[in-house]
Design a protein around this ligand. Sequence first.
Ligand code: HPA
Length: 252
Amino acid sequence: MLGIIGGSGAGRLAALEGERLQAIRTPFGEPSAALTFGRLQGRDVVFLARHGDGHTIPPHAINYRANIWALAHVGVGAIVAIAAVGGIRRDLAPGTIAVPSQIIDYTYDRQATFFDGRAGEVRHIDFTEPYTGWLRAALLRAGRDAAESIIDGGVYAAMQGPRLETAAEIDRLERDGADMVGMTGMPEAALAREAALSYATLAVVANWAAGRAPGRCEITPADIDTVLEGAMARVARVVLRVEVHGGNQSRT
Ligand code: HPA
């Protein structure tokens, strides 16, 4: 079953038929919201609002472990994560949709592993390729089917937030090789890998990263909301067309 984690601007999926809510308790506490089960183009999917109903949970306070555990528990094998980002690379202008291929993690003080030693198990997952290859390809194919141009690849920098970055921080991220910047990509992707779930991200560029807009103008929440509102119908058209095959656990 396909799981969809919706981020800023994607608090629900309008296209979901026959919605049913289910609250899940996990050993790691409460997920961000109840899971919404429904059908999308005749397929069973589960939707979870990452920031909670009404967008009340900031990125650093999200219970990523509970979210991933809950989705795995109800039988999700593959997760499409929708995430708003700031664009650093010149072709990642506001409104652009991308499927990132790599991650640099700058977050701290987050519960970032299921293997924290308490269960007596230490494990180091391979994370060379943080996103699942077949699911990235499925997202790109869905984009083509929806006649949406989607950028293939890019390095996602996960920042702690909730504040946006300084211009100098964005310069540093660029020197590090980052193409886009967000706040929720980690530890979500790593936890999905630990739980042996396939995982890929549809990144929606909400704004130019700090200092990148012409005239270095301020980034306002209203501008971000306007861009996300415009882009989400396009994101939904792509998600509708994602083909999830049987081999959910494979990474390549
Ligand atoms: N920085 C970090 N996270 C973001 C941004 C940004 O500019 N835009 C949307 N999420």
